[in-house]
Design a protein around this ligand. Sequence first.
Ligand code: DGL
Length: 283
Amino acid sequence: MAIGVFDSGVGGLTVHRRLVDRFPQADFIYLADQANAPYGPREGEHIVNLTRAGCERLFAEGCSLVVLACNTASGIALRRLQQTWLPSYRREIGRPVNVLGIIVPTIEAATGMPWEHEAERRGDKVEKLDVLAVFSTAATARSRVYEIEIDKRRQDVAVFSEPCPELAQMIEHGAGAVELATKVEEHVAAVTRRIGRAPHRAILGCTHYEIIADMFRAALKPGTPLIHQPEATADGLAAYLEKHPEYDPGSSSQRRFLTTGRPGAQNTLVETFWGAPLSFEQA
Ligand code: DGL
């Protein structure tokens, strides 16, 4: 058995890398749905169908668990798949399988609260002392998943989502550093204007952005803490596997990289981030 890691493209490699560091013996299969990327501009139903197809593919390859290393897929599709598809699919294939997302561990890291925690609703107005900017795809921003889930747990946090519609695709196509840094600066300036001050903290709420985290760091007020999804997701998976020994992560350190798009090497930006040659097989 193996752990599947799914993203619309190369962004989930940021998560994959942290998971591999944390579970070096486990077997991992990464699937990039590059034929259908970007997910950000797509409509909800389509994202649900594409995410289900990706999970099915990874389960067919022998995964017991799939980590959706994609905010857009996690925010839009995960709950639907857990409620309407997974129970019957499990019966059909006759073994335990599950799909985990990236939003839950990120919310836990951002709020310092376990997912199960719900803040007591206070009648009086709670002062918002902690201003959090979330940079994401348009679909994630539209879903308001970060605003809703953080507010349930911490009413003192004000969340401002900044949709960055072109950024994931620019990274996917290996745009140049100047072009990327300019785009990041524009988005940081836009959210800062909307808030009326610099955010206290920020979430890079699209896995692709972690590849250019340094550009966000440079554009934000110096010292602004970033909540890192790869780290949070690795913590979440460790806790999950501890509680659920029925999901076998494998033990032969197998690493496979599949794409629905063009197989072979990825662009220079991704190769530089990865730090070693990386070749994808056709899914
Ligand atoms: N990397 C994905 C995310 O975390 C989505 C990028 C896209 O396909 O638009 O949201």
